[in-house]
Design a protein around this ligand. Structure first.
Ligand SMILES: NC(=O)c1ccc[n+]([C@@H]2O[C@H](COP(=O)([O-])OP(=O)(O)OC[C@H]3O[C@@H](n4cnc5c(N)ncnc54)[C@H](O)[C@@H]3O)[C@@H](O)[C@H]2O)c1
Length: 333
C-alpha cells in the first residue's frame, strides 16, 4: 500500500505520516513549506519522522503539472489530503492564499485521484463550516450554507468539489470536519500555542469575547486515530439514496462527511485554567471583544464517526494541555 499525504510537514500531516510508517506503510509526503508560521518547526517535524518508508517532496498543491506528475510517478493507493491554508483570521487579510491552496490545490488532488483510480481520498474539512449554525451539537445532517469566514467557505467548497468527483468519476471521498485540534508539535497559530508563548514570556494573553466562548478541543492523537480508522472505511455507492430522504453528509455517490471532535465543549476560561495549572503560572489576561469570523461555540456530534469506526476521541483537556506544555518546554528549551 502506498499513500500520498499532503501537508506532511504540518501539525496533523506529520503525525499521520509517522503513524502510517509505524504501521509499515509506504508514504510519499508533500508540502510547500510556506512561511505562514515558522518554517523551522515544519522542518523539525520532518526531521523527527525520518523513516525508511517515508519520502518527502517539496511541492505546491497549486502546481498542476507537478501534482499530475507526482500521481503518474508513484501509483498511490490512497490519499490523505491535509495541506491547506489554515486559519480564520489570516483569511481576512490574505484571501488569495485560500484560493490558491484550498481551491486550486484541492482540485489538483481531485484530478490526480480521478485519473489514477485512487481507492480512497480522505481530506480535511473543518468545524468552521458550521458558521452561523446555532443548533448544538453540530451535526453533519444539518445544512452548512452560512460560513462566516473565507477559510470556512473554502472548506465547504472542498466538500462540494469532492461530491462532484465522487458522483461523476466514482472517486470514493471522505471529508473530515476537524474540531480545534491541539497537542504536541502543534501550530503556532493555535490558541494554546499563543497563550503558552505569552505566559512563558510574562506577556498578557488576548482573551476574545471576554472569555465567553466554548471549543470542542480535540487532541492530536484522537485525530490521528480517527483518520487511520476512517481511511479503511471506504464509502460505497448507495443507489436508493435521495436528497429528500438522505443527509447532506451522505450521497448516492461514494461520498461521506464526518465530524471528528472530542464531543464535549470546554469553556475558554477552563482551558486557560488547565494551561495555568500545567505551567504553574497565572496568566495576565487582556479581555477583548469577539473577533470577525470567529464563532461563539463548537460542539461535535460524533455518533456517525463512532458508528463507522467504533472510536470516540478519548483525551481530556487537562491531560492534553499538560502533554503540550511538556513538549513546548522541551522544544523551546
Ligand atoms: N488544526 C486544527 O485545529 C484544524 C481544524 C480544522 C481543520 N484543519 C485542517 O486540517 C488540515 C491540517 O491542518 P494543520 O493544523 O496540520 O495545519 P498546518 O498549517 O500545520 O498544516 C498544513 C500544511 O500544509 C502545507 N501547505 C499549505 N498550503 C500548501 C500548498 N499550497 N501546497 C503544499 N503544501 C501546503 C503547509 O506548509 C503546512 O505544513 C488543514 O487542511 C486544516 O485546514 C485543522
Amino acid at each position: 500500500m502506498k499513500y500520498l499525504v499532503t501537508g506532511a510537514a504540518g501539525f496533523i500531516g506529520s503525525a499521520v505520516v509517522e503513524r502510517l510508517c509505524a504501521m509499515g506503510l509506504e508514504v510519499i509526503g508533500i508540502d510547500n513549506l510556506n512561511d505562514y508560521y515558522e518554517v523551522s518547526l515544519k522542518e523539525a517535524r520532518l526531521a523527527r519522522i525520518a523513516h525508511p518508508l517515508f519520502t518527502f517532496v517539496t511541492l505546491d498543491l497549486a502546481d498542476r503539472e507537478g501534482v499530475a506528475n507526482l500521481f503518474s510517478e508513484h501509483k498511490f493507493n490512497r490519499v490523505i489530503h491535509l495541506a491547506a491554508q489554515a486559519g480564520v483570521r489570516y483569511s481576512i487579510d490574505n484571501p488569495m492564499a485560500y484560493a490558491d491552496s484550498n481551491l486550486v490545490g484541492h482540485l489538483t488532488i481531485l484530478e490526480g485521484c480521478r485519473h489514477h483510480n485512487i481507492e480512497h481520498l480522505v481530506y480535511a474539512s473543518s468545524s468552521s463550516v458550521y458558521g452561523l449554525n446555532q443548533k448544538m451539537p453540530f451535526d453533519t445532517a444539518d445544512s452548512v450554507d452560512h460560513p462566516i469566514s473565507l477559510y470556512a467557505a473554502t472548506k465547504k467548497s472542498n466538500e462540494l468539489m469532492a461530491h462532484t468527483y465522487s458522483h461523476l468519476y466514482g472517486v470514493p471521498t471522505t471529508g473530515l470536519r476537524f474540531f480545534t485540534v491541539y497537542g504536541l508539535w502543534g501550530c503556532p497559530d493555535m490558541a494554546l500555542f499563543k497563550f503558552t508563548k505569552k505566559i512563558v514570556n510574562g506577556e498578557q494573553i488576548d482573551v476574545y469575547n471576554n472569555g465567553d466562548m466554548r471549543r470542542d478541543f480535540t487532541y492530536i492523537d484522537d485525530i490521528v486515530e480517527g483518520i487511520i480508522r476512517i481511511q479503511n472505511v471506504i464509502p460505497e455507492k448507495f443507489e436508493d439514496w435521495t436528497v429528500e430522504s438522505g443527509s447532506p453528509a451522505t450521497s448516492s455517490a461514494p461520498y461521506r462527511v464526518y465530524n471528528i471532535g472530542h464531543g464535549s465543549p470546554v469553556k475558554l476560561m477552563e482551558f486557560i485554567e488547565a494551561l495555568e495549572t500545567s505551567l504553574g503560572v497565572e496568566a495576565k489576561k487582556n479581555f477583548m471583544p469577539m473577533q470577525p469570523g470567529d464563532v461563539y461555540a463548537t460542539y461535535a456530534d460524533t455518533k456517525d464517526l463512532f458508528e463507522a469506526t467504533d472510536y470516540k476521541p478519548q483525551v481530556k483537556v487537562a491531560e492534553g494541555v499538560k502533554a503540550f506544555v511538556d513538549w513546548y518546554r522541551e522544544y523551546y528549551k
